[in-house]
Design a protein around this ligand. Structure first.
Ligand code: GDG
Length: 474
């Protein structure tokens, strides 16, 4: 069986407490455990990028990481990845801050990764590359003679050609993406947007079943909606609450809870959500004193300006809404700019009557699936979900809303807060069927199966180099 090499922007080594049980890490580790192999990428730190790789080996998996120079961290990570690609792929061209040096730095880091990985690749290895930081990665490997199977999964949406073509290097990026053998997307519309983009630039032939060809390169595209680990979530959610929260729950027994959690990111629609909550308070006064909306939003990408801006905006809005509607003994909105332990989060989901997940654009949104998986099957809460989350393609039994329409979201919240048990049960069981059928393990197995089925590019040019085996890394 071929060995698997996973390449992602950041690598979660086994001793990293924070990464531990996250859904995506569980999926990737599942794939690595069954094939054996290597997880390779940036450490998340800045330092000497010419230093040898840091490596850890446990059983049949090795982790290999390296630091980036301060300049590459800025150009590749803060600028091109997170101030150009992330906003553009989330349809926020107004937040794109394109600088040619950053694009150059992005390409340099992709080339650096390829250089560092090259000596570790064996002829039969299968490579699985993750996300928008690494769009040109296969191109850099192909330039260096690598003809192994290389797959790519995009975790975020792929924008339509009108949006994508606003990026100055859009044509290069599209052509570079065609160096992957298999391109996986969260939804059919992401896959279609990518193919439309290619077709606008060159002659595209083929179809989903046979595969495609463009710029003389053959590749396949397919849709793999990412899932969660429903059994683990249900188990953790059902554990008893820690004493402090149990006491708080007792005090708040008469309150209905609306709950959300996400990285503090403008794509998640947090200011719009706060305004929707305000509309609920304004138009449904019967809820005054009886509900609480808790929003957990740990800081992410705090070095990027747009992220600092949204943080200030939320602090102001939360204060304004509480100032306007709060009463002695009742604070309607709890906004916590903190990271929470994952096991605790699963329990908090379970005690929330409403899960409010209203991103303006989202590749999938795992929080929506986690919330449902954590519910008490006998008395489940209600999911209010944005139609712009990839998850809305699957979780059609949620209350689907347009996050830009604060009154529509407020109406959905009111409906969720007052929904009879029979309707809650039926919506929950429909969503759980899908979440269980397409869990994180199915996701990784489907991708790896399809990648293994790809006919490798010209085997005669297969990288013929003397390579050491992985124990050398330890
Ligand atoms: C990208 C795409 C796609 C959040 N706050 C805390 C915490 N979280 C966890 C959640 C969830 C994960 O982070 C977030 O996943 P999402 O899917 O919601 O969003 P992104 O981070 O934007 O992820 C997205 C995903 O990739 C996978 O393909 O679904 O569309 O944007 O698991 O629970 N976890 C802990 N504390 C927190 O405070 N422990």
């Amino acid at each position: 069986m071929s060995r698997l090499i996973v390449i992602s922007n950041r690598v979660a080594p086994p001793d990293d407490k924070k990464s531990g049980a996250g859904g995506l890490a569980v999926g990737i580790l599942g794939a690595l455990k069954s094939a054996g192999g290597l997880w390779f990428g940036w450490s998340g730190d800045t330092g000497d990028e010419t230093a040898p790789l840091n490596t850890v080996t446990q059983d049949n998996i090795s982790w290999a990481t390296f630091d980036l120079s301060e300049r590459h961290y800025q150009d590749y990570y803060c600028q091109f990845s997170n101030a150009v690609l992330w906003p553009a792929f989330h349809y926020r061209l107004d937040l794109v801050n394109y600088q040619r040096e950053a694009w150059e730095g992005y390409q340099q880091v992709n080339a650096l990764l390829a250089e560092k990985l090259l000596p570790l690749i064996e002829p039969d290895d299968v490579l699985w590359v993750h996300d928008y930081h690494l769009l040109p990665f296969a191109h850099e490997l192909r330039k260096r003679g690598v003809s192994n199977r290389i797959g790519f999964f995009l975790h975020i949406p792929f924008p339509t050609p009108e949006i994508f073509s606003a990026l100055p290097p859009h044509a290069e990026l599209l052509e570079q993406l065609c160096d992957y053998d298999l391109l996986g997307f969260q939804t059919q519309s992401d896959s279609a947007a990518f193919l439309d983009g290619v077709a606008m630039k060159t002659r595209l032939t083929g179809n989903d079943a046979r595969g495609y060809s463009a710029w003389g390169k053959n590749f396949r595209t397919a849709v793999y909606p990412i899932g969660v680990e429903p059994r683990d979530i249900a188990e953790q959610a059902a554990e008893s609450l820690p004493p402090k929260l149990a006491q708080m729950k007792q005090e708040l027994i008469s309150l209905k809870n609306i709950f959300s959690v996400e990285r503090l990111d403008y794509s998640k629609g947090l200011p719009e959500r706060f305004l929707a909550f305000e509309s609920l308070l304004e138009r449904y006064p019967e809820h005054h004193g009886n509900i609480r909306y808790t929003q957990i939003a740990p800081t992410s990408r705090g070095d990027v300006q747009a992220y600092q801006d949204i943080r200030h905006q939320l602090e102001t809005e939360a204060g304004r809404i509480n100032g306007k509607y709060g009463q002695l003994g009742w604070t309607p909105l709890y906004y916590l700019n903190q990271h929470f332990d994952r096991r605790l989060l699963m329990k908090v989901y379970r005690h929330a009557d409403v899960g409010l997940v209203t991103p303006l654009r989202d590749g999938m949104n795992l929080v929506a699936k986690e919330y449902v998986a954590a519910q008490n099957p006998e008395n489940p809460g209600v999911l209010v979900l944005s139609k712009f989350a990839g998850a809305a393609h699957e979780l059609t039994s949620a209350l689907i809303v347009n996050p830009y329409d604060r009154d529509e979201v407020a109406d959905a919240l009111h409906r969720a807060l007052t929904m009879p048990l029979a309707e809650r049960l039926s919506r929950y069981s429909e969503m759980m069927k899908i979440i269980e059928q397409n869990d994180i393990d199915c996701w990784q197995r489907a991708f790896i199966r399809d990648l293994n089925a790809v006919i490798p590019r010209s085997p005669e040019s297969q990288l013929q180099q003397k390579v050491a085996t992985f124990p050398r890394l330890a």
